[in-house]
Design a protein around this ligand. Structure first.
Ligand code: NAD
Length: 508
């Protein structure tokens, strides 16, 4: 790991605040980052205090005045070079993501690949920030709209995608002409330090204004400061619904803009007309991948009564094959939870489920002994439960899967939609009517609805996000760029008269 840290410019003690190429005094307490893989301390970071936050915001404000005047394709060229740098650092960065967060090595690399993909997307976008033109009702007038950058985009991110979520926001925001200030999760601070070092290389080589890429590594108080800060017109926050409600209220109170990407409670409907071989892979990967710590993790299976018993038995057999262990070992299917607090929440959820009448088909528990010294490895488990159990209505960020039975598709859709969250959903069916009903306006109420693939995994081209308590934000693909810009409608009179709209006469 020392080689990897050195390659990414990570020292034993690291700064927690930066304006781009320069680290500034962070002023807060020193925070060690422990790996959930083996429980060892990786390195330390000095947390940003309020003075550091102020310095980074001030520099970002200054940088915006210059950056907004760079032609968008020139900004795109910087993003292109960032993509190249990420290709160069894919291995060490992917390994650090895996070691600091605990996801599998393949998922660590996959996360860096997502960063590269969003760079490519944003480069193209930098030449496509299109506005519409409209026909004016007034003679000799032209009307059109254009999109301008907003200013500072504040990015608050969660531990489970410690680098990709930042890049989803930042690459689009930069192409749009915004400057960014990132408040990463305090559980994965070194991933943020590594990204900042990679960016610094590109920025120094291209004389990008200092302040375009700000970093403030802090705890929730720094995120709260950002949410209340009128100098930050857009706050993009990814994390729990609890956090999103707080950030959304604070940003809303100052009539700022927020992009919220919050918790999910994702279900797969398994029809009696499903290809069960595909379904089993989609369900198991969706439920146990990243140890159940994806916002799109499959948490509920809604299974048709005719195939319930056989599917349940196949699922239990598949769970018995799972290998839990070091995520850097390619033979492991399931790695650790992020920390002991997460393990505690997992254990509490199992107890709550039992107390509400849940029947565990695959028992959970914490693993001990050689290879499990960090205390963060848990057994993925499966319980038969009722849709209305309070624990089933709640997102537990751990590999606990709830099984439910249905008779009719309407009933299955009602169960699928009957939770406060609305992120990802899917149906396994070869029946066209069922698939189309699920995707119709009377079907899934989620931001993501899939057929014959699971709930987890997203591609950069599509807009990502969900409804209800998931927060309503969309980022990454499609036209998600618009949230990072302000729309301006322009009317130009090239006639010799001043006709007023709606035929109003105003004679002087
Ligand atoms: P979390 O809410 O505990 O923390 C997320 C971030 O918010 C951290 O940077 C944290 O410091 C900050 N924060 C916490 N309270 C805050 C407050 N009151 N004001 C401002 N900032 C605050 O979440 P987590 O445990 O890091 O991540 C897991 C959660 O994130 C899950 O609920 C998961 O579903 C969600 N998530 C959602 C998406 C999505 O795209 N919808 C993606 C990844 C994770």
């Amino acid at each position: 790991m020392q080689d990897i840290l050195a390659a990414l410019g990570i020292k034993a003690s690291n700064g927690g605040a930066s304006t781009g190429t320069q680290w500034i005094a962070a002023g807060g307490r020193e925070l060690p980052s422990f790996s959930p893989v083996d429980g060892k301390e990786i390195a330390k970071v000095t947390l940003a205090d309020e003075a550091a936050y102020e310095a980074v915001i001030a520099k970002a404000q200054e940088a915006f005045l210059e950056w907004r005047m760079w032609p968008s394709p020139k900004r795109g060229e910087i993003v292109r070079q960032v993509g190249e740098a990420l290709r160069k650092y894919k291995e060490p960065l992917g390994q650090l993501v895996s070691y600091e967060m605990g996801k599998s090595l393949q998922e660590g690399y996959g996360e860096v690949q997502e960063m590269i993909d969003i760079c490519d997307f944003a480069v193209g976008l930098s030449r496509q920030l299109h506005g519409l033109t409209m026909h004016s009702e007034r003679p000799g007038h032209r009307m059109y709209e254009q999109w301008h950058p907003l200013g500072i985009v504040g990015i608050i991110s969660a531990f489970n995608f410690p680098v990709a979520v930042w890049s989803w926001n930042t690459m689009l925001a930069w192409a749009c002409g915004d400057v960014c200030v990132w408040k990463p999760s305090e559980k994965t601070p070194l991933c943020a330090v590594a990204c900042q070092n990679i960016i610094a290389e590109v920025f120094a080589a291209n004389n990008v204004p200092e302040g375009v890429c700000g970093l403030v590594i802090g705890e929730a108080n720094i995120g709260e400061k950002m949410a209340h800060d009128g100098r930050v017109p857009l706050v993009s926050a990814t994390g729990s619904t609890r956090m999103g409600k707080s950030v959304g209220a604070a940003v809303g109170a100052r009539l700022g803009r927020s992009l919220l990407e919050l918790g999910g409670n994702n279900a797969i409907i398994i029809s009696k007309d499903a290809d069960l071989d595909i379904a089993i892979v989609g369900c198991v990967f969706g439920a146990v991948g990243t140890a159940g710590q994806r916002c799109t993790t499959t948490r509920r299976l809604i299974i048709h009564e005719d195939i319930y018993d056989s599917f349940r038995d196949k699922l239990v057999a598949a769970y018995k094959q799972l290998r839990i262990g070091n995520p850097l070992d390619p033979n492991s299917h399931v790695g650790p939870l992020i920390d002991k607090g997460a393990v505690e929440q997992y254990l509490q959820a199992i107890e709550k489920c039992k107390a509400e009448g849940g029947n565990f088909l695959v028992e959970g528990g914490v693993l001990e002994g050689a290879g499990y010294e960090s205390g963060c490895y848990v057994k993925p488990c499966v319980a038969e439960a009722q849709p209305n159990f309070s624990i089933v209505q709640h997102e537990t960020f751990a590999p606990i899967l709830y099984l439910m039975k249905y008779k009719t598709l309407d009933e299955a859709i009602a169960i699928q939609n009957g939770v406060p969250q609305g992120l990802s959903s899917s149906i396994m069916t070869l029946n066209l009517r069922e698939a189309e009903t699920f995707l119709s306006s009377a079907g899934s109420d989620c931001g993501i609805a899939n057929v014959n693939i699971g709930t987890s995994g997203a591609e950069i081209g599509g807009a990502f996000g969900g409804e209800k308590e998931t927060g309503g934000g969309r980022e990454s693909g499609s036209d998600a760029w618009r949230v990072y810009m302000r729309r301006q409608t322009n009317t130009i009179n090239y006639s010799t008269a001043l006709p007023l709209a709606q035929g109003i006469q105003f004679n002087l």
